[in-house]
Design a binder for this molecule. Sequence first.
Ligand code: ASP
Length: 335
Amino acid sequence: MKDRREFIKIGALGTVGLLTNTACAQNDSEDNTTGVLEDKGTTKPIVVSTWNHGEAANKAAWEILEKNGTALDAVEAGVRVTESDPENMTVGLGGLPDRDGNVTLDACIMDHQSRCGSVAFLQHIENPISVARKVMEDTPHVMLAGQGALEFALQSGFKKTDLLTEKAKDAWQKWLKKADYKPVINRENHDTIGMLALDAEGNLSGACTTSGLAYKMHGRVGDSPIIGAGLFVDNEVGAACATGVGEAVIRVAGSAMIVELMRQGKSPEEACKEMVKRILAKHPSEKDMQVGFIALNKNGEFGCYSIYEGFNIALNDNKRNKMIDASYEKKWDRN
Ligand code: ASP
């Protein structure tokens, strides 16, 4: 897993091509669960999150959950770790910029009361998830974007920060030399972080945060800050979040649909799989598009599924602290 390099290229009109080199087992978890619990009873607290960076993020979330803290506090604290990591080039500080050199961030958060907050196209703020939470708690709105979101953040006491690290700037300047417009997601196991938690009280919350597609058009917003697409929580049923090509996730309202499929009786993994299949059916000409979903239901059962191999999730509960490779539809065509 550590050496995986994956790149998704998205053309100006949304066509997707892929150069990739990955080699990982479909499921290397020792209990072979791929997200399906053997014990069907309620497992709480529990937290799951996307990709390898989920490991460090879950640690922060778990510190809150194990002390009977709320799922809302846990998911915020968890994804803040990833946002503040300058080495991570796909979330928060150190994220790869758009094609004009601006780091622009998208994030959203949702709790067990269906309260939600979101920021899109936000610049200069290291922890957009906390601004999203402020939008949820301190305004009558769900979503703030761009300059208005920045002004709100500054008024709320957030510090203006230069998010473009030297490493990200170098990568962007290298990309500029070719000067053709092909925004790239660099997926070296660092991507959007989506996190779902069920706390000791049995309440669910979720958070999702990203710097989006690298070298995207200025102003492009993906699925990650869109409630129902990048993230959805319904405390009666479960929660879901997404990673991968945001445009495809938005088109099918991915996370909201997964929650509805769980309401109709599907397991978390079955629900994720059905949405992956729906995305594939609606994008017949998109050969190399990656999307991954994770879902967690009210009983603490979780599942994950992706279009292509290589997606993984981090899990923490009272018994386990591990990475799990998701089941998938397709192997990468490396030719
Ligand atoms: N979903 C994110 C977006 O489209 C990117 C990602 O997950 O890699 O902005």
